[in-house]
Design a protein around this ligand. Structure first.
Ligand SMILES: *[C@@H]1O[C@H](CO)[C@@H](O)[C@H](O)[C@H]1NC(C)=O
Ligand SMILES: *[C@@H]1O[C@H](CO)[C@@H](O)[C@H](O)[C@H]1NC(C)=O
Ligand SMILES: *[C@@H]1O[C@H](CO)[C@@H](O)[C@H](O)[C@H]1NC(C)=O
Ligand SMILES: *[C@@H]1O[C@H](CO)[C@@H](O)[C@H](O)[C@H]1NC(C)=O
Ligand SMILES: *[C@@H]1O[C@H](CO)[C@@H](O)[C@H](O)[C@H]1NC(C)=O
Ligand SMILES: *[C@@H]1O[C@H](CO)[C@@H](O)[C@H](O)[C@H]1NC(C)=O
Length: 341
């Protein structure tokens, strides 16, 4: 019997800040303003309730099933050097740790209603679990669950959207390409963006790729919860009430390993480490936005399964800004707002 490759290292979060882009500052300020008025910034108060209701156990089973389904060559194995590495957790793992314990490890943070969602939010994207299209990179299976931060109840039947840049740091659907150069043809791309509807446990799963990096930010995956969106006949959703927004991050150790692989390694853009990232620093001040993960094979190239729980304040929502919209006739940039960055 083989066991998964766990987990996560302690983050050295004490470095001076680098030079984030303008949008990062704006987002950071908006998030700080929100958190100052929020009563809850993580889900630790929900732990007992979630366990009693079987929610935790179902999460464990869901992740275990996803791992089994996507593990390569039937092997899920932990490298000896990774033993005992865990982010913000006192859990110790070794080869004999039952899978149940590994998948039970929880991290959570609260999504905020922001109006300043960077320059990369695109409306009109597809409902689909697999968002990889033909991009190259390390497979990344994502399991997230959404909970009401006040009641700890799962938020069911809401559309959850993710988006991230590709292995060489480019977002699809915007008129900008590598190194922030104009690339109008990129408006027609849809890779690494998609929606899924939350199930009875508030959970969704995606098959994506590990994001690469671009100048000014550490690696991250965006997530948005759309409380009142509707799927259209052509399996797309265009809804600007992306009222609950957040970003998921990864341990620096894992990032270092991903970046050593192609095509990530060939990306010459500046590489901001976790400890230099403003938004991550703010997230860490109040909660734990770093994804828990296991490797799905002997080699990192074979894929990563990562998971995280989010709380949302269901009584609060706002319109967010849309950088572009994807239509049957191609993507169109929103020209009403000057492009930040
Ligand atoms: C949710 O948002 C409302 C409206 O801003 C606020 O009054 C309330 O305190 C928030 N609840 C929590 C748990 O943060
Ligand atoms: C999950 O988080 C809660 C609250 O922080 C904690 O009490 C519980 O032990 C955690 N569960 C695991 C398996 O780490
Ligand atoms: C992991 O932790 C256990 C218990 O503290 C310890 O006995 C073991 O040597 C550690 N393994 C590694 C590889 O550090
Ligand atoms: C990322 O997207 C850009 C724009 O489409 C493309 O030129 C580049 O090859 C992509 N990178 C990878 C690794 O597929
Ligand atoms: C995007 O795709 C549409 C429909 O195929 C096409 O008409 C349009 O010229 C494309 N736009 C760009 C910028 O390539
Ligand atoms: C999907 O349908 C909407 C509404 O009919 C339309 O505006 C949009 O262009 C379509 N998008 C795609 C990608 O076909």
């Amino acid at each position: 019997m083989h066991f998964p490759n766990a987990l996560l290292s302690v983050l050295a979060a004490t470095q001076a800040l680098a030079h984030p882009g303008h949008d990062v500052r704006e987002e950071a300020l908006a998030r700080r303003a929100y958190l100052e008025s929020a009563k809850r910034t993580d889900l630790s108060h929900c732990a007992a309730k979630l366990r009693a209701r079987g929610h935790e156990q179902r999460g464990v089973q869901r992740r275990q099933a996803l791992a089994a389904q996507n593990a390569k060559r039937g092997i899920v194995q932990r490298a000896p050097s990774d033993i005992n590495k865990t982010h913000l957790s006192t859990a110790d793992f070794d080869q004999n740790t039952p899978l149940h314990d590994v998948f039970a490890v929880n991290a959570s943070c609260v999504l905020s209603p922001e109006v300043t969602e960077g320059p990369y939010y695109v409306a009109g994207e597809f409902v689909r679990k697999d968002v990889t299209e033909k991009q190259a990179g390390v497979p990344l299976y994502i399991d997230i669950d959404i909970l009401d931060v006040t009641t700890c109840d799962p938020v069911t039947d809401v559309w959850v959207e993710i988006w991230s840049c590709n292995a060489t740091g480019v977002y699809s659907g915007v008129a900008t390409g590598a190194a922030f150069k104009p690339a109008p043809e990129n408006l027609n791309n849809t890779f690494l963006r998609g929606f899924q509807k939350s199930d009875a446990d508030g959970a969704v799963q995606f098959a994506s790729l590990f994001p690469g990096h671009y100048d000014g930010r550490t690696h991250h995956v965006h997530v948005a919860v759309h409380p009142s969106a509707t799927e259209r006949a052509n399996n797309t959703i265009a809804d600007s009430t992306v009222s609950h927004l957040g970003q998921m991050y990864f341990d620096q150790d894992l990032l270092d390993r991903v970046e050593a692989l192609e095509p990530y390694a060939s990306n010459t853009a500046g590489w901001t480490r976790n400890a230099q990232d403003w938004l991550l620093m703010q997230g860490l001040a109040t909660s734990d936005p770093l994804m828990q993960y296991v490797l799905l094979g002997e080699k990192l190239e074979e894929g990563v399964l990562a998971w995280l729980s989010f709380g949302i304040n269901t009584t609060y929502s706002k319109e967010a800004f849309v950088a572009a919209t994807y239509y049957a006739e191609g993507g169109k940039a929103n020209t009403k707002r000057p492009f930040l960055e």
